[in-house]
Write a new protein. Structure first.
Length: 333
């Protein structure tokens, strides 16, 4: 399967505007080539951290500054309102305002993915439509999980099918069991991959066997896999993933894009060396210290991190020093 897939015909007339995305040279693995994808998701997407003022209001001036820096990095696009954007802590109007603001600022050759998953199917449909109206190119829909005990494959397939049927923009499934306690079942993913308006999955579970199976089983579908973390990005590319949505890209965006390029060009030894240096910093800003750690690290690399919204608490002095040591030990500071 191709590591990077070039644009083909539009999914629907409403998506014609996406055809500005320039095709990139495809460096293929030895696996069979599936169909050309309607929408190229190949590349790195940082899931933007939401900047807050000391009073915990959204700081749009700081957001603009971060976006200006990110414009100089060859990202495929940006994700807003993901887990690292503190999506659950944002009001409805704030979510829409952020999408509108980022779309106005984002270069037109870059995709905007927006989180729109809610607990009910009805609410998810309404928010997805609103995200499209606000300028999102793709809806990133997390699994509903409050009643996780009843969220079996049948329920989830029904949920995502109704959302995709109603969505005016393509849908990417989002499985993040660390936050939801629910892994989108493999059989559900394979069933949903056949839907014409479901174009991929962001898989943050870190199960490489599962990622490989999804790639293998969906080669004849218009469906792409995005690695949900920088820690297993190289392994995901080897198995045929198209790109990555990586929290660490908020901090080390250029190195992650370099890793993406090395994989596409087949420079596997260099890619492996770089991947090794990214694993510990990635763990530090995800599982170990979470969003407070991510925002603190952003400040060391010229971005605005700032505070999180309560009840997320800032790091202690000891934690800050441990975080700094992790980046320094791997040659980033």
């Amino acid at each position: 399967m191709a590591l990077s897939i070039c644009l083909a015909s539009p999914l629907r007339p409403a998506l014609a505007a996406l055809h500005w995305a320039a095709p990139r040279q495809c460096h293929r693995l030895s696996t069979p080539l599936g169909p050309r994808h309607t929408l190229d998701l190949g590349g790195i997407f940082p899931p933007l951290a939401t900047p807050f003022s000391p009073m915990q209001d959204i700081d749009y001036a700081q957001l603009e500054g971060n976006l200006r820096h990110y414009a100089n990095i060859p990202f495929r696009g940006l994700v807003v309102l993901g887990s690292n954007g503190e999506y659950p802590y944002l009001a409805h109007h704030e979510r829409l305002d952020i999408v509108s603001y980022v779309r106005r600022t984002l270069p037109k050759d870059r995709l905007l993915l927006a989180g729109s998953g809610c607990e009910s199917t009805q609410a998810t449909i309404k928010l997805t439509v609103s995200m499209a109206e606000a300028g999102a190119d793709v809806a990133l829909v997390v699994t509903p999980c409050y009643y996780r005990g009843t969220m079996n494959s049948a329920a989830l397939v029904q949920h995502y099918t109704e959302v995709a049927d109603a969505s005016p923009i393509p849908v990417v499934l989002y499985s993040v069991p660390a936050n939801t306690g629910l892994d989108l079942p493999l059989e559900a993913v394979l069933a949903l991959a056949q839907h014409p308006n479901i174009v991929g999955i962001k898989d943050s579970g870190g199960d490489i066997t599962r990622i490989g199976l999804v790639v293998h089983k969906t080669q004849q579908e218009d469906f792409q896999v995005l690695a949900g973390s920088a820690g297993f990005l190289l392994a995901s590319y080897v198995l045929g993933a198209s790109g990555g949505v990586c929290a660490l890209a908020n901090v080390l965006g250029a190195p992650l894009c370099q890793l993406d390029r090395l994989c596409r060009e087949g420079h596997w030894q260099e890619a492996r060396d770089l991947q090794h240096r990214l694993i510990e910093p990635n763990v530090a800003v995800t599982r170990q210290f979470g969003i407070p750690g991510l925002k603190k690290a952003m400040e060391w690399f010229g971005y605005y991190g700032g505070p999180c919204r309560a009840p997320l608490a800032p790091l202690s002095h000891t934690q800050v020093e441990e975080l700094r040591s992790t980046f320094s030990a791997n040659g980033w500071l």
